[in-house]
Design a protein around this ligand. Structure first.
Ligand SMILES: *Cc1c(COP(=O)(O)O)cnc(C)c1O
Length: 451
């Protein structure tokens, strides 16, 4: 064993996963220096939005001397102004009357319902691509070559991001209809669909599952000949790298990864990294070395979030660090239209500037990254630039992914709008009356509008 991994082990031996929830919130926000009144407002927000953090994030990632402005603090802790002020003060009043009251619960539900809890038809998307097939809970097949699995046992995370677009499932709003522990039907679906070359495990975070459960999902896929890659979407490297180094089943997990690679398939570890600091601790770097030594490829992605990573230098530093450690930058996302989106949103025009300024300063090796990309109902739309055509200022965009595969890679234009933050804010440009994915109403296709 190398000296560095000895150091890592001595640093982390005996570190058991310990979660902090809303019960610990007052103590933690006091540590951030918030007044009693401010702490109460944060508690009110945490009635509505999920909160979970763990000992590693608290002790090794957050810079408490900079809290509450520290980006990692902001990544995991609710902020008083994430909800409209009148909602927060009403919640505070109801909490004063008692946190168990029916009235408080009803108001919490009302505030949640106003936050577009199921963006882009999330709940309706657990359907196959062909209308004659039955929907399978826990399986989503939106793009022809990729199927998403939502394992029942992976419906949580080692910590929650304040900006998470799946926040609704963590407050018990969405999970049951979407997740599955029936593995065989999902595997059969993939076996019967030869166009499916990728299975993407997502959640929650599939890496909250122990190796024994994870292998029950992964192993049956390994003899499906047409399957080329298994992907695991996860924030565990950032939030609990012990999962791959010192947890009791860390070694077994790595053996499972080796088995995937030995079966002749690619194992793509889709790592969610929001900020360069997440790569700093020795134990993350050790986890990266161990995962890469199995033959798995680590690709990195994150949304662009106001107040957390909304400047080019942060992304440049993050991509450079990833490259140095053998991680492959993959996507920069635009924050989705759910939850406290107004709080976190960066306008598309600024998102494009940030992307371009970071992208131009890294070598071609890091220009594997694409973005800023919006994962919307018709597909993943990338903002490619701002330009003037025939005297009109426009956004140039293209589909990275599309439900209608014919649209992939095709450019299209939208009127420039400095305030637009999402696809639904955009209007067709250059005299067009509709976007390429919209039905031509003049042909009577209104009934075929994509959902
Ligand atoms: C992003 C995404 C995928 C994977 O798309 P790639 O461009 O192949 O990474 C698959 N399904 C859904 C629903 C997605 O949002």
């Amino acid at each position: 064993m190398s000296a560095s991994s000895n150091a890592v082990r001595s640093l982390s031996v005996g570190q058991r996963y310990r979660a902090f929830t809303h019960r610990n919130l007052d103590e933690l926000t006091a540590r951030a220096g918030l007044s009693a009144e401010e702490r109460l407002a944060v508690q009110a927000v945490a009635q509505v939005l999920p909160f979970r953090v763990n000992s590693y994030v608290v002790e090794e990632l957050i810079d408490w001397s900079a809290a509450p402005d520290d980006p990692i603090y902001r990544l995991v802790f609710p902020q008083a102004d994430m909800l409209p002020a009148e909602d927060v003060s009403r919640l505070v009043d109801l909490m004063r009357e008692g946190t168990g009251s029916l009235e408080l619960a009803a108001y919490v539900r009302e505030v949640r319902a106003r936050l577009n809890p199921h963006p882009a038809g999330q709940m309706e998307l657990n359907v196959p691509r062909q209308a004659n097939e039955e929907a399978l809970p826990g399986l989503q097949h939106k793009y022809q070559e990729t199927v998403l699995f939502f394992p029942k046992q992976g419906q949580t995370c080692h910590a929650y991001c304040t900006y998470c677009f799946r926040w609704a499932q963590f407050v018990g709003d969405a999970d049951l209809k979407f997740a599955s522990k029936d593995i065989a039907p999902m595997v059969d679906y993939v076996r019967e669909h030869e166009e499916v070359t990728n299975v993407l495990f997502t959640g929650g975070d599939p890496m909250v599952m122990g190796e024994a459960v994870l292998s029950r999902y992964i192993e049956p896929l390994l003899d499906i000949e047409h399957l080329e890659a298994i992907r695991i979407g996860t924030k565990s490297l950032a939030y609990w790298p012990q999962r791959f180094v010192t947890d009791p089943d860390a070694d077994d997990t790595l053996r499972l990864f080796e088995k995937v690679v030995a079966s002749g398939k690619s194992l793509a570890f889709m790592a969610h990294f929001s900020h360069p600091r997440e790569m700093e601790p020795d134990i993350v770097q050790e986890a990266v070395r161990r995962i890469r030594s199995t033959g798995a490829v680590i690709r990195t992605q994150a949304p662009l979030i106001r107040g957390i990573n909304d400047d080019a230098a942060t992304w440049e530093r993050m991509w450079r660090t990833h490259l140095r450690h053998g991680l492959v930058p993959y996507y920069m996302f635009v924050e989705r239209d759910t939850g406290p989106q107004d709080y976190f949103a960066v306008p598309l025009a600024s998102a494009y500037d940030i992307f371009q300024q970071a992208y131009r300063r890294v070598s071609g090796l890091a220009r594997t990254v694409r973005g800023p990309s919006m994962s919307a109902t018709p597909g993943k739309v990338c903002v490619d630039g701002v330009m003037e055509l025939g005297g009109e200022k426009v956004f140039m965009l293209h589909f990275i992914q599309a439900r209608d595969a014919a649209l992939v890679g095709k450019p299209f234009f939208a009127r420039y709008d400095e305030h637009a933050t999402w696809l639904h804010d955009l209007k067709p440009a250059l005299g067009a009356s509709r976007f390429p994915w919209e039905a031509d109403l003049s042909l009577g296709e209104a009934a075929n509008l994509p959902g």
